[in-house]
Design a protein around this ligand. Sequence first.
Ligand SMILES: *[C@@H]1O[C@H](CO)[C@@H](O)[C@H](O)[C@H]1NC(C)=O
Ligand SMILES: *[C@@H]1O[C@H](CO)[C@@H](O)[C@H](O)[C@H]1NC(C)=O
Ligand SMILES: *[C@@H]1O[C@H](CO)[C@@H](O)[C@H](O)[C@H]1NC(C)=O
Ligand SMILES: *[C@@H]1O[C@H](CO)[C@@H](O)[C@H](O)[C@H]1NC(C)=O
Ligand SMILES: *[C@@H]1O[C@H](CO)[C@@H](O)[C@H](O)[C@H]1NC(C)=O
Ligand SMILES: *[C@@H]1O[C@H](CO)[C@@H](O)[C@H](O)[C@H]1NC(C)=O
Ligand SMILES: *[C@@H]1O[C@H](CO)[C@@H](O)[C@H](O)[C@H]1NC(C)=O
Ligand SMILES: *[C@@H]1O[C@H](CO)[C@@H](O)[C@H](O)[C@H]1NC(C)=O
Length: 239
Amino acid sequence: MVSSTFSFALSIFFLNSFALSLNSIITDKHALISFRNSITSDPNAILSTNWSQNTSVCNWIGVSCGLKHRRVTALNLSGYDLAGTAAPHLGNLTFLRYLDISFNNFSGFLPFELSKLRRLKVMNVGANSFTGEMPTCGSIPREIGRLSYLRELHLGYNDGFQGGVPTEIGNLSRLEILNIDNASLTRDIPSSIFNISFLTQLSLRDNGLSGSIPTLLNLPRIEVLYLGNNKLRGIGSGQ
Ligand SMILES: *[C@@H]1O[C@H](CO)[C@@H](O)[C@H](O)[C@H]1NC(C)=O
Ligand SMILES: *[C@@H]1O[C@H](CO)[C@@H](O)[C@H](O)[C@H]1NC(C)=O
Ligand SMILES: *[C@@H]1O[C@H](CO)[C@@H](O)[C@H](O)[C@H]1NC(C)=O
Ligand SMILES: *[C@@H]1O[C@H](CO)[C@@H](O)[C@H](O)[C@H]1NC(C)=O
Ligand SMILES: *[C@@H]1O[C@H](CO)[C@@H](O)[C@H](O)[C@H]1NC(C)=O
Ligand SMILES: *[C@@H]1O[C@H](CO)[C@@H](O)[C@H](O)[C@H]1NC(C)=O
Ligand SMILES: *[C@@H]1O[C@H](CO)[C@@H](O)[C@H](O)[C@H]1NC(C)=O
Ligand SMILES: *[C@@H]1O[C@H](CO)[C@@H](O)[C@H](O)[C@H]1NC(C)=O
């Protein structure tokens, strides 16, 4: 009796964990299908032919899964000439560490839901047509500051993130690379940016940023500092 109760409990446990993991990979698949559905132009038919419902998402072009849990850990569709919007469902890829959709023609706002990707180490959405105002909801939400594992953030070469750099980027304490070149930024650079001690590359060229650089920089590892072609006071342009 005791043992049958125990095995019953055990089977419920396995059933639950099975349902849970099934649910999870289904969530990943659902997220990727929604992402694909928001793409309006795929000239090389990469996604329409390869992202087949019948095969595991882990075999799809640009998708990588973790060995242990078989969850999606990387999405790299850099340079496929894709156009459309970035579906908010991307925020459901809970295990994502690398997101690279650079060198395409994605437009509209960067979905706020990307800030749910807590395990993200690299976000590269540069060289697209993203627009919107940075500090408010829409383009770069303030919540981006919650991505505490982020090491690389590339937002540059987009049509325009009018507005300033969100102060919350200063919360990304592990950030090593920050690039927001040529993205129509205005206002002062928040001093919190000059306080990210892991930064090795900081590049904010070709914007309309104003204000001056604080005299106290906490950038002990900095190797590349590009702030040229802005409206800054108190620093030479260029390197
Ligand atoms: C999709 O592309 C991957 C990588 O090139 C390949 O291994 C896979 O077989 C392709 N799947 C389909 C359904 O074409
Ligand atoms: C996918 O599987 C269904 C049935 O399981 C089959 O009818 C369909 O032809 C398959 N599609 C592809 C692209 O293999
Ligand atoms: C994505 O793929 C491109 C081309 O293969 C590569 O250069 C880039 O480093 C990759 N991005 C990430 C985040 O791994
Ligand atoms: C995923 O994200 C979308 C939009 O952010 C949401 O509507 C959906 O319910 C989420 N959950 C699942 C399990 O797909
Ligand atoms: C990118 O998309 C926008 C509209 O979303 C369009 O106006 C523009 O021509 C596209 N650019 C390229 C290079 O395809
Ligand atoms: C940024 O960090 C401060 C203090 O550590 C915290 O109060 C704030 O909520 C954080 N903001 C975000 C968006 O994570
Ligand atoms: C900035 O990007 C635009 C395209 O969005 C391009 O036409 C322009 O030449 C770039 N400016 C610089 C200084 O790189
Ligand atoms: C810089 O970081 C220190 C500690 O890491 C913190 O006390 C201080 O408030 C930060 N300054 C700015 C301007 O973010």
